[in-house]
Design a protein around this ligand. Structure first.
Ligand code: M6R
Length: 601
């Protein structure tokens, strides 16, 4: 989730690049850089950490900067290589610079080939191959357009790319596939950015590039090398709206982003024969016999979901604990246990302290985290980044999705190295994982349905969210979403446990949200819901199969794997909570009494 900007024009290039990067800083902030191209050559500035460090560096070193009509900039969310200055973009060749958002999946093959041809690499990034490939093809063809086309042809993966070169110094070459890129124009100026926000106040019209579109731009306009569906749109003028990309709340935007971040999370990790995590060394699991997961809130729910998958697919014992409980129970820790912490922010005090306890007891530790360079990632032996991008809504949404995906991938990774998963099952799981981004694309009818249903569920004496197996932690997560933004009482419960007490509460004012997947224990959950219906509880069923006893019904799509149903139901639960909260007039993004990052005990 990096951010990129570009500029061609006669005004202040540096100012547009820096202002633009500020708007995109939410996409990543472990390092940043710009490159400026003018008659006197190329100047570049890079700095580790927040953008302010880059600004200071430019102010100190750029007192006599030349006037530059062309420039590109980048703010980084590390995927390949640590957040260092060398790994910061723009990446340079002998006479060209590139910025890139996304992941080049075949970078290793390309890099090996270029190295064998005598090219030296400076960084550990996947991005650097782009600039060397371009220069290699340019040497052969002596034609920048041809060289850029051949470069794009060679890349697999997701990218939004801007490239500048002294060989054609008035131009920016651009390409988009899978990562966002917008081109803006005003009189005699062309702008590039990863979202609308940097362009407001600068461009009057914009094009939202489609996947597969690439070409070049100069002061006279844009030329596409690909087929294109170029349509200029008027640019909205509200910054606030632009940051939310037109959505009413950050939470809503983040719910809708889940398909994109799921792709980012899996990029480069799913191979034909299994899962690959560059971060984990080959012998890391040699002496590991079981796993303990520790986390808080939504991250704890992801951990619980993961525990089912780790046992089922990884064939490894797994326990999950709430971090604040773990800390004070004087736990007995075993050196053959892998201690896994999960955290969106990487700063949650209870989770961090639990991690330190495990580390001090000599356990191997692994963090699943969204924020690189956060306290938790600095303590853990290994970190698997979730790559969800910055999550602004206090109610966590896309973080949960990516945490669950990482745990699912980890289960398959362990299953493979421990030889406990057969190839047919592994192949089916890999195929299903690849389906997740499609399933997370939100069908407007589900959102409409949640809006309509929200009217009905405002009053009553409480909600039970029920499910079985992985749908039990999903029920917990659904209930947490609802209570934190609507302030209504909600509980998540294992469906089979209702008859052991809570069913005493059943009456028409008790709302039951029943998660009824087709592919996992359908008959069991059906019986549990029938018991509640017989006692007059109001039932809202979420299922692909019609259920005649339901008072309300959210119909999900038929599919062949329970985890696809899991993600589709997750979206329905998130949208339902949001719509109820909106109807109650609450602040969806900043609910009362809560904070995004809980750095106190
Ligand atoms: O940053 P973390 O994932 O460690 O945060 C843990 C919880 O504070 C967090 O998940 C909280 O429960 C969210 N508000 C839930 O939406």
């Amino acid at each position: 989730m990096c951010g990129i900007v570009g500029y061609i024009g006669k005004n202040d290039t540096k100012k547009f690049l820096i202002d633009g990067l500020k708007e995109l800083e939410y996409r990543g902030y472990d390092s940043a850089g710009i490159a400026l191209l003018g008659d006197d050559g190329i100047e570049t500035y890079k700095a580790v950490g927040k953008l302010i460090n880059l600004e200071e560096k430019i102010t100190q070193n750029c007192t006599n900067c030349f006037e530059t009509p062309v420039g590109i900039g980048h703010t980084r969310w590390a995927t390949h290589g640590k957040p260092t200055e060398i790994n910061a973009h723009p990446h340079l060749g002998a006479y060209s610079f590139v910025v890139h958002n996304g992941i080049i999946e075949n970078y290793k093959e390309l890099k090996d080939e270029l190295i064998s041809q005598g090219i030296e690499f400076l960084s550990q990034t996947d991005t650097e191959v782009i600039v060397h490939l371009f220069e290699k093809f340019h040497k052969i063809t002596n034609n920048t357009k041809e060289a850029f086309c051949k470069t794009i042809e060679a890349l697999h993966g997701a990218y939004a790319i801007l490239l500048i070169t002294k060989a054609d110094k008035d131009k920016i070459f651009f390409a988009k596939s899978g990562s966002p890129m917008i081109i803006g124009k005003s009189q005699n100026e062309i702008f590039f950015a990863s979202s609308d926000a940097p362009l407001i106040g600068y461009a009057s019209e914009v094009i939202y590039l489609e996947d597969g579109e690439f070409g070049e731009a100069d002061q006279n306009g844009i030329s596409f090398y690909s087929n294109n569906t170029t349509k200029w749109n008027k640019l909205q003028t509200s910054k606030q709206l632009a940051q939310k990309n037109g959505f009413r709340f950050f939470m809503e935007k983040e719910i809708y982003e889940q398909s994109e971040v799921a792709s980012d999370c899996m990029l480069g990790r799913i191979k034909d024969n299994g899962i690959s995590f560059d971060e984990i060394s080959l012998d890391f699991f040699d002496d590991i016999r079981d796993i303990k997961i520790c986390a808080c809130g939504t991250s704890y729910h992801a951990g619980l979901t993961g525990s089912y998958l780790l046992q089922r697919l990884g064939n490894i014992r797994c326990e999950v604990e709430i971090a604040s409980e773990f800390r004070y129970k004087e736990p007995i820790l075993d050196k053959n246990t892998l201690f896994v912490v999960i955290s969106q922010s990487g700063e949650t005090a209870d989770t961090l302290e639990a991690l330190k306890m495990a580390k001090n007891s000599g356990l191997k530790t692994l963090a699943i985290c969204n924020v690189d360079n956060s306290s938790i990632t600095r303590v853990a032996d290994v970190t698997l980044l979730t790559r969800a991008g910055i999550e602004k809504g206090v109610a966590s949404t896309k973080a949960f999705t990516t945490q669950t995906l990482v745990l699912w991938m980890l289960s398959l990774y362990i299953g493979k190295i421990k030889n406990s998963i057969n190839n047919n099952l592994l192949q089916n799981e890999l195929r299903t994982l690849r389906e997740v981004p499609r399933v997370l694309k939100i069908d407007s009818s589900i959102h409409e349905k949640c809006k309509r249903l929200s009217k009905r569920y405002l009053h009553g004496h409480g909600f039970f969210f029920i499910g079985r197996d992985v749908f039990y932690p999903l029920a917990l997560e659904g209930a947490l979403k609802l209570k934190e933004i609507s302030y209504l009482h909600a509980e998540g419960y294992p469906a089979g446990e209702m008859k052991h007490g809570p069913i005493a509460l059943a009456d028409p004012e008790l709302f039951t949200i029943a998660l009824m997947p087709q592919n996992l224990l359908y008959d069991k959950i059906k019986s549990n819901v029938e018991e509640l219906s017989a006692r007059d509880s109001t039932i809202c069923a979420i299922s692909p199969l019609n259920f005649e006893l339901a008072d309300d019904f959210i119909k999900t799509n038929l599919c062949d794997h329970y985890m696809l149903e899991f993600f589709e139901m997750l979206v329905a639960l998130q949208l339902l909570s949001q719509e109820i909260s909106i109807r109650l007039g609450n602040d969806v993004d900043m609910p009362r009494n809560l904070a995004k990052s809980v750095t106190v005990e």
